[in-house]
Design a protein around this ligand. Sequence first.
Ligand code: NAP
Ligand code: 8YV
Length: 324
Amino acid sequence: MSASRPTVLLAGKVHPRVRQRVEAEFEAISIDAANAALLDEDARSRIRGLAAATAISADFIDSLPNLEVIANFGVGYDAVDAGHAATRQVMVTNTPDVLSDEVADTTVGLLLNTVRELPKAEAYLRAGKWESNGAYPLTSLSLRGRTVGIFGLGRIGLAIAKRLEAFGLPIHYHTRNKRADVAYPWHAGLADMAAAVDILVVIVPGGAATEKAVNSEVLDALGPQGVLISVGRGSTIDEPALIAALTDRRIAAAGLDVFAHEPHVPQALMDLPNACLLPHVASASVATRNAMADLVVDNLEAWLAGRPALTPVPECAGFDRAAS
Ligand code: NAP
Ligand code: 8YV
């Protein structure tokens, strides 16, 4: 063991490239869950960096007295108590931008699959029903003539908007702050936007501010021809309210990549013919996940070498490396 190499904790199911690089560049310690009881006192005091692929609580942060940086695998860091880390001058980083195009591509695919029923049509063909029963039924939904509302016009939301604009679809958006750099109509209220559009795409961060924001009121505003596409975080959708709206056909269909209690998906959702479900795969290509992995380790390298973090989360953006 080299005394000069900082110790980095790998917590949770880390991406193999993160593991490989951390083991090559640092003294690595691995645990399956971010549970202080899995570390002895000596290990806890040596850890300076943390590569996170699981929830990181305030208590866990406090159990590591010399922690300097938490590098989260994912742009969404709602599972990391970044507010608490910031009070302790612990840097938190995430993986923005490198996944935006991949996630936007997947969102468009999920929307098409939901509206034009492509997975069901393929299953029909594979079951031999094209030959035995004739053509797959015409889809009641189409993208033609529809308007899209994007809840969260950040890095990924804008990449989705540009793609759907190229499909000839008018775009509206709802955020807390109106953007000065886009001409899309902005709605100050989510329900107000839902009433003005046919397709609601949810790509806001998770956390308290967006918890169950897509509720019965919003779904009813979207209406019986409405389609919900959810790729942000499952916590943003009131899942029981969504199941009721799909069951009662108060909205037409939903495409979901994220769920409230992953990897559990409620049986009621799986039973619904008007729900198109993906197992949180929006960024899940080898190339994109490798880019995310590299950004995790590049952030650890930079901060632990005394350089600024490459992609600090907003809570830590003002940290001065020299002062911490
Ligand atoms: P971003 O650039 O920070 O954009 C977030 C957008 O949401 C901004 O437009 C922000 O605008 C808006 N927003 C935030 N809080 C809001 C609130 N309470 N009410 C209304 N709008 C709000 O983030 P991003 O890179 O696009 O990523 C967005 C999220 O997508 C991530 O946090 C993650 O949870 C999710 N994601 C999912 C997958 C997947 O695999 N399914 C992959 C990548 C990311 P204002 O600040 O003006 O409100
Ligand atoms: C990943 C994501 O699926 O970046 C995010 O916020 O949700 C996804 O890219 C996740 O981070 C880890 O598997």
